[in-house]
Design a protein around this ligand. Structure first.
Ligand code: FEO
Ligand code: CA
Ligand code: CA
Length: 654
């Protein structure tokens, strides 16, 4: 938090700024990067990939002939205008309807939302704050029903200044509400026939809230029960209260959902006892971040009081939404870092691979390959697949290959000589282990999604303003990378190989602004480019859709939202704008139903960063927000909400 005055910044800006303090000490050039730099010209020449070169054009040539090119793309919706407004907007011919909002009651007996008199007890029975990941799991379980199912939604963090009337600082009561507003919601949803709209079912037996405040969560896998996970209230090291900062996630083919714990460091405060063994471990993760005041009211978030508690967060949580009584599980085999999300790829032989980003400047891209295989005929046999397998980290090579380096105790440098006594130690200190293996420091890996039809895997690198000139590497070729880029891995459909190929699909930013050094496909219009790719989805026709976070900077004059991006043919890397969030929001969670006829998106932190929107130009507060989306009621604050999108006359989206 060096140099960041958090009292003067809205929570999201402060969150983004503190990401500006990289905690990877190795982001200075590694030997591999120095070698790579020697032949940078060759690397850059090759970076767009052989398949892409013919489709890529320089910014100067970009707009010539785009209308003709657009006629042959794989998307046929009329493009949305890129701009900032108080309301959300979707392409002509589509309906975007608010499905569920922060505070909506979801469990039996839940009180109606009363923002002037909120309580933790009420909040734990209502939809949480700042919806991020959305999963759709069909009902009945095992079907491909596209009109009825369960949404599993993450509630990543809270914006106190927009949540609480007359907010100045936290109290025990606001902290309790914040903890209740974090976590996960499971909610039953249904569509009213062809071309109909989605509604949620209040008081469904499936509906539940999993919170940071009270939900017991099991710990499984190699680190479960380790001494470093034991606390004064849990001598077993296997039971944790709550999950925090759940960002993106994924759904598994066995009908569970995965929920990433991202910026967990921000919830801890205080100081470790002098000489404590976790000092170096915590420093590598930026603990204590003190983004919140929880440690002042909840001793377990104070390092002085409960030094091991922070080792119990930063994991991937698996939830069985079909069993409302089930206990969520932290799967330690998938590593401990600032997990952005999880993408599960099933190989031809039933192999199970989970792709995961560690979202911080100069941190890494990971992959977990389960030891077992997916059994489509026996759900129970799949339920613990994520407890045993091999976690690997990516090293991108200038010859266009990427090596997956296994994080296995006893192999290479992962021995007692470097402080590792077991696989549990390797997983608890995943970042340290990956540092020692020589992983490639990336420009903030966010969401990853694979295309099962092509075996290609898309990695969102959202931005990295701290990569200095001379500090570029082959996979992160722009210094001061304000707008991010997207990498494509070619696996050939085998998601378990030690080596894959890679290329850069797009360098984001404004192609007409030479300072951005952006590179796009030829059909990218004035509205079709974007920056700061974050979440993404592959629809059932194998097409890529990208949600942005940060594209709404004052200097771009555009809102965050959803863009379709061509990945095949002559128009490869051409973007098209489909949906825009209201002022101050970012877009999360795009998720298509199995028939592609419905799309769910999560509008996170509407009205945040009021000063970034020139029409408003001042800080947003509960009393004076830049937008009151979605209710536009003077008695209601802005409310993060999930939106369902359908085509007005029915049929597949896009
Ligand atoms: Fe929570 Fe990396 O976004
Ligand atoms: Ca994200
Ligand atoms: Ca982000």
């Amino acid at each position: 938090m060096d140099g960041i005055d958090k009292d003067k910044m809205p929570k999201t800006a402060w969150r983004e700024a503190s990401d500006d303090v990289p905690s990877n000490p190795l982001h200075n050039p590694t030997i591999g990067e120095i070698i790579a730099r020697r032949s940078r010209r060759d690397a850059l020449k090759g970076m767009l990939g052989v398949t892409a070169m013919s489709a890529m054009v320089s910014p100067a040539a970009l707009f010539a002939g785009k209308a003709q090119a657009q006629a042959t793309g794989s998307f046929d919706f009329p493009e949305l205008e890129a701009k900032v407004t108080a309301d959300h907007r979707v392409a002509e011919g589509y309906d975007a309807k608010v499905l569920i909002r922060w505070g909506d009651p979801i469990v039996p007996g839940a009180p109606a939302f009363d923002p002037m008199n909120q309580s933790a007890e009420a909040q734990e029975q209502q939809f949480g704050y700042n919806n991020d990941f959305i999963g759709f799991l069909p009902l009945p379980q095992g079907s491909d029903n596209a009109d009825h199912g369960l949404l599993t939604v993450n509630h990543e963090y809270t914006n106190e200044e927009l949540m609480f009337p007359n907010y100045t600082e936290d109290t025990a009561e606001t902290v309790d509400i914040e903890m209740a507003a974090h976590g996960i919601t499971v909610v039953e949803v249904m569509k009213d026939g062809e071309g109909g709209q989605w509604t949620y079912k209040p008081e469904s037996d499936f509906n539940r809230r999993i919170s940071a405040r009270s939900t017991e969560i099991d710990v499984s896998g190699p680190a479960a029960g380790h001494d470093r996970l034991k606390t004064s209230v849990d001598a077993t090291g296997t039971k944790v209260i709550g999950t925090i900062n759940n960002c993106a996630g994924g759904t598994t083919p066995w009908g569970t959902s995965l929920h990433a714990e991202e910026n967990f460091h921000g919830y801890f405060g205080g100081e470790l006892p002098e000489g404590h063994r976790e000092a170096a471990n915590y420093e590598r993760y930026g603990i204590p971040g003190e983004w919140y005041s929880w440690h002042l009211f909840q001793p377990r978030f104070n390092l002085a009081e409960e030094p091991n508690e922070a080792n119990r967060f930063g994991w991937m949580v698996e939830v069985d939404p079909y069993d409302p009584e089930s206990t969520p599980v932290k799967r330690t085999a998938l590593g401990r870092f600032k997990h952005e999300g999880a993408d599960i790829a099933i190989g031809d032989n039933g192999s199970v691979t989970v792709y995961m980003g560690d979202d911080q400047r100069f941190d890494y891209l990971y992959r977990f390959v389960a030891s077992g295989t997916f059994n489509p005929d026996n759900r129970a046999a799949n339920m613990n697949l994520l407890d045993e397998g091999t976690l690997s980290v990516a090293r991108f090579n200038e010859d266009g290959t990427v090596d997956w380096l296994p994080l296995v105790f006893g192999e290479g440098p992962l021995t007692s000589a470097n402080g590792f006594e077991s696989q549990a130690d390797v997983l608890i200190e995943t970042r340290h282990a990956a540092d020692l293996l020589g992983a490639t420091p990336m420009d903030r890996p966010e969401d990853v999604e694979h295309n099962p039809q092509t075996g290609r895997v898309y990695v969102m690198l959202t931005n990295n303003s701290r990569r200095e000139p001379g500090d570029e590497n082959v996979a992160n070729p722009r210094a001061e990378n304000e707008h991010g880029h997207i990498i494509e891995l070619a696996t050939g459909g085998d998601y378990t190989k030690a080596k894959d190929e890679w290329s850069i699909l797009v360098l984001c930013g404004d192609p007409q602004n030479p300072d951005h050094k952006a590179v796009w496909g030829p059909a990218t219009s004035d509205n079709g480019w974007f920056g700061d790719p974050d979440n993404c989805a592959i629809d059932n026709r194998g097409r890529l859709w990208i949600a942005t976070d940060g594209n709404s900077d004052a200097d771009t004059g555009r809102a965050d939202g959803l863009w379709a991006l061509e990945t095949e043919g002559e128009l490869r890397a051409s973007g098209r704008h489909f949906y825009a969030v209201p002022a101050g929001a970012e877009l999360c969670g795009p998720y298509f139903t199995p028939d592609d006829n419905s799309l769910f998106v999560a509008v996170q932190h509407p009205a945040d960063d009021g000063d970034e929107w020139s029409e408003f130009g001042r800080d947003s507060t509960f009393e004076d927000p830049s937008t009151r989306w979605p209710d536009f009621d003077d008695n209601m604050p802005p409310r993060p909400s999930v939106v369902s999108i359908v085509k007005r006359d029915g049929g597949p989206i896009g």
